[in-house]
Design a protein around this ligand. Structure first.
Ligand code: PMP
Length: 376
């Protein structure tokens, strides 16, 4: 039985829980934008002008100027022709996948994909072929064996949310081209974090902008590095118009509150204006990963500010997480069914706004707890 913890502060690098402060290593607010003054000001101004709710779904009367401004900014940011907002990453994946592959289609999914991608696959009723984590060769064989004329869709996280490693996007896109498939990339954890200007995994891998590649569809969330809430899909204009007509989670849900869209637009401007946030996040990541590796921790191939520490047993994972909690570091233990059996782990996620002393405290506490549990 898992229980909820109530946070009495804002979502900062330190959280106030039951009257005590804890260094927060469990958040996807990678750049600390959830509390950025520009995002707060943009939301407050939008609330003043437009109120708190959108009142209807987008196709009825819910499309407001802040939604459109946000979509234009997102398309430019992702170097795509167009973008469409969704009410959450979960809702995007649940609506998008059935719109891209129906009962006659075949979907190819990495085993470690996010739950929302799998749920979207199930709702689509397409045939589902799961390939081993990042195994391009197995995927190639599955594609070889699939019916040539079937609609084919490859779906993958860009940054795997529990492992922090990267999907081999160039190879996946090459396979998509070779087999007439589409590639849907869930860039929830890459957007704002990866690439020289934070545009995400496609920028990191230097892939051609999706405006020029009909086969590449990028989904991303506004709820992680962008600090707010909601999600989007960016791609060719015709595809976006099609999604606006076909995705049931877009059609049949009230539009995002306009202030939420305004905050995301402000977040994109901050990404450009304050690249030092991304630099600091990666500096923390390098320092932490180096120190943990030196301690002998298994970081499970992570290449990003999501740093799993493999423990391999649920009771010990909880014991280490509890020991860190007693030292005022919040690091969640992730256990099955969220991750496969025997891959129980701590999941450290870093933020640009962590202070060096918070990271020092985490490393010292982990060293002690790891020794006590015989892990290092
Ligand atoms: N995709 C991935 C890879 C995620 O990690 C998450 C959320 N943790 C989602 C989608 C869902 O996004 P949201 O939280 O905006 O619903």
């Amino acid at each position: 039985l898992r229980t909820l913890r109530s946070v009495a502060s804002g979502q900062e690098a330190q959280l106030l829980i039951d009257g005590q402060w804890y260094a927060n290593f469990g958040s996807n607010n990678y750049l600390g934008l959830a509390n950025h003054p520009d995002l707060k000001a943009a939301s407050a101004a939008a609330i003043e002008q437009y109120g708190v709710g959108a009142g209807a779904s987008r196709l009825i009367t819910g499309t407001m100027a802040p939604h459109e401004a946000c979509e234009t900014a997102l398309a430019a940011f992702k170097r795509a022709e167009a973008a469409v907002l969704f009410n959450s990453g979960y809702a995007a994946n649940l609506g998008l996948i059935p719109a891209l592959a129906g009962p006659d289609g075949v979907i190819f999914a990495d085993r470690a994909n996010h739950a929302s991608l799998f749920d979207g696959c199930r709702v689509s009723r397409a045939q589902l072929k799961i390939y081993r984590h990042r195994d391009v060769e197995q995927l190639g064989r599955l594609l070889d064996r699939s019916a040539p004329r079937a609609t084919k869709l490859i779906v993958t996280d860009s940054v795997f949310s529990m492992d922090g490693d990267l999907a081999p996007l160039p190879e996946l896109l090459a396979l998509a081209h070779r087999h007439g498939a589409r590639l849907l990339v869930d860039d929830a954890h890459g957007t704002g974090v990866l690439g020289p200007t934070g545009r995400g995994a496609c920028e990191h891998f230097n892939l051609a902008p999706s405006a020029h590649d009909e086969r590449l569809i990028q989904m991303g969330t506004l709820s992680k590095a962008l600090g707010g809430f909601g999600a989007f899909v960016a791609g060719p204009r015709a595809l976006i118009a099609y999604l606006q007509n076909r995705c049931r989670t877009f059609l049949y849900a009230t539009a995002l509150p306009p202030a939420v869209a305004a905050a995301a637009t402000a977040a994109l401007a901050v990404l450009e204006r304050e690249p030092e946030r991304r630099d600091r996040l990666w500096r923390h990541r390098r320092r932490c990963a180096d120190a943990l590796s030196r301690m002998g921790c298994d970081l499970m191939g992570s290449e990003t500010p999501i740093l799993p520490v493999r423990i391999g047993d649920p009771a010990r994972a909880l014991a280490v997480s509890d020991a860190l909690w007693r030292r005022h570091c919040l690091v969640p233990a992730i256990r099955p069914p969220t991750v496969p059996k025997r891959t129980d782990r701590l999941r450290i996620s870093l933020m640009a706004t962590h202070r060096d002393e918070e990271i020092d405290r985490l490393l010292a506490a982990l060293q002690d707890a790891g020794r006590q549990q015989g892990l290092i």
